[in-house]
Design a protein around this ligand. Structure first.
Ligand code: ADP
Length: 496
């Protein structure tokens, strides 16, 4: 009989369930979208019941459509949108507020206070992060203040959790209050070296320890699925943040290996081995996974506007009708004719960190046409990713030999070839591009013995497409010089 593993991929806009077989092939997949709630400008929330119900529906439905007998399912792994913050009553399990989503900026004033108090250095050194409203810590602090919950929290009546925690509590018999080390490392409350909650941050944000979950391994049996959900108990054997899971699903098990996910934004993560790297360019240090109590670390950087630049061409500029059309149009000309686009719609992140930078298209001549702009938009995704790769290479003193890619825009072969050319290294797309879900399935399968050890796991990853650089060093230097000059011209704009 075959063995199967289910990955639950609880994302920002949808909840998915994917069934993999023991060769890590996708057997069935189901997802349900849920509502985004915007109570005020800059605020983003999710209804906790919607998160839970869509996830349970996706799980039940994927099992039904696959026709697989429940006894053949060896384990369930959970991966999730990160940093999103929930609070619930320990006795009743009732959520006390909507989930505050990672994108939500409401706690910016709390972050400003932490900076004023001089905590930036401590935050970097201890949590690997930069002080930002993005992470869970300030969101949790805000909730305790806003709902006046400090006394109840001290008495242990309240549970805090990220989405992994919330799902584990609600899906596993006995309601364990746990989170895994990767999710903990996104709270801005966790010491990633010592692997424990950090008292300085808890004090600074006035958070009692009694609200915090126990931190468990990324791969390991936490408990059994509550039989009321599928009618039988199945081990829940992995919890991991989505980008960490994708790094695992991409087979980046050795230091120096990296993956880039090309979605709305791009997420680049590089395995840095058994030590966190400290970054000179403001990249984040994070726990990649914790297995058998041992941490592997990663550097992380993100491009704010990746595939979103293509959406902009389609929805605002009406230069294309479908995202995929951008490839044919880009290929219709030999180069951009000196045109560069810097899609700094919301400022620039690492390595520039200029919130006053704004979108720029530069180098226009009378001969510039639609194709040049479309091509320049695609190239900008690769240039921004290249800047991140180079920053990582500098931080850890090693040049990458390959970049593994996934996400919606990795379907664009022009973009992937340009990425290889501008990096001067191989770009590889795997056979299974559901890498986030795959990572969770592998981590869960590893915990229950579907795969014996990391050697067996290593054999699973397969490439589909491999692109080698077709341009030389001189071309690369010149192209990058033009890009960096264009970035310079986009900077500081919104200050004027
Ligand atoms: P997310 O998970 O962030 O929603 P996806 O991984 O689904 O993102 O990727 C969607 C993004 O990829 C969109 O921004 C879209 O514009 C872009 N995209 C999808 N297909 C292509 C393509 N063939 N060429 C360029 N961009 C694409």
């Amino acid at each position: 009989m075959h063995t199967y593993i289910i990955a639950l991929d609880q994302g920002t806009t949808s909840s998915r369930a994917v069934i993999f077989d023991e060769k890590a092939r996708v057997v069935a997949m189901k997802s349900y979208e849920f509502e985004q709630i915007y109570p005020q400008p800059g605020w983003v929330e999710h209804d906790p019941a919607a998160i839970l119900n869509t996830q349970i529906d996706a799980l039940r439905e994927v099992v039904r459509i696959s026709g697989i007998p429940l006894e053949a399912i060896a384990a369930i792994g959970i991966t999730n949108q990160r940093e999103t913050t929930l609070l619930w009553d320990r006795k009743t399990g009732r959520p006390l507020y909507n989930a505050i989503v990672w994108q939500c900026r409401r706690t910016a004033p709390i972050i400003a206070r932490l900076r004023e108090e001089g905590l930036e250095k401590h935050i970097k050194a201890t949590t690997g992060l930069v002080p930002d409203a993005y992470f869970s810590g300030s969101k949790l602090s805000w909730l305790l203040d806003e709902l006046d919950l400090h006394e109840r929290a001290e008495r242990g009546e309240i549970c805090f959790g990220t989405v992994d925690s919330f799902l584990a509590w609600n899906l596993i018999s006995g309601r364990p209050h746990v989170t895994d080390a990767t999710n903990a490392s996104r709270t801005m409350l966790f010491d990633i070296r010592k692997n424990e909650w950090d008292d300085t941050m808890l004090r600074a944000l006035n958070i009692p320890r009694a609200v915090l979950p126990e931190v468990v391994d990324t791969s390991g049996v936490i408990g059994m699925l509550d039989p009321s959900i599928l009618g039988c108990a199945i081990p829940v054997a992995a919890l991991s943040g989505d980008q960490h899971s994708a790094l695992f699903g991409q087979g980046c098990y050795e230091p120096g290996m990296m993956k880039n996910t090309y979605g709305t934004g791009c997420f680049l993560l590089m395995n840095t081995g058994d030590q966190p790297a400290s970054s000179k360019s403001g990249l984040l240090s994070t726990i990649a996974w914790r297995i058998g109590g041992k941490c592997t670390y990663a550097l992380e950087g993100s491009v704010f506007v990746g595939g979103a630049a293509v959406q902009w061409l389609r929805d605002e500029m009406h230069l294309i009708e479908r995202a995929s059309e951008s490839e044919t149009i880009a290929r219709s000309i030999p180069d951009c004719g000196g045109v560069y686009m810097v899609p700094a719609f919301a400022g620039l992140g690492a390595p520039y960190w200029d919130m006053y930078s704004r979108g720029t298209i530069i180098g226009l001549t009378r001969g510039t046409g639609r194709a040049h702009i479309v091509r320049a938009a695609l190239e900008s995704i690769a240039y921004q990713s290249c800047d991140l790769v180079n920053a990582m290479a500098e931080d850890c003193g090693r040049q990458p030999t390959e970049l593994r890619v996934d996400g919606g825009a990795s379907a664009n072969q022009f973009l992937m070839q340009f990425q290889a050319d501008i990096l001067g290294c191989q770009v590889i797309r795997p056979a299974v591009i559901e890498t986030t879900a795959l990572g969770a399935a592998l981590l869960a399968g590893l915990a229950v013995g579907v795969w014996k050890d990391m050697d067996e796991i290593r054999k699973i990853w397969r490439q589909d497409l491999s692109l080698v650089p077709q341009k030389g060093e001189a071309w690369r230097t010149q192209a990058l010089a033009g890009w960096h000059e264009a970035v310079n011209r986009s900077m500081n704009w919104a200050k004027q």
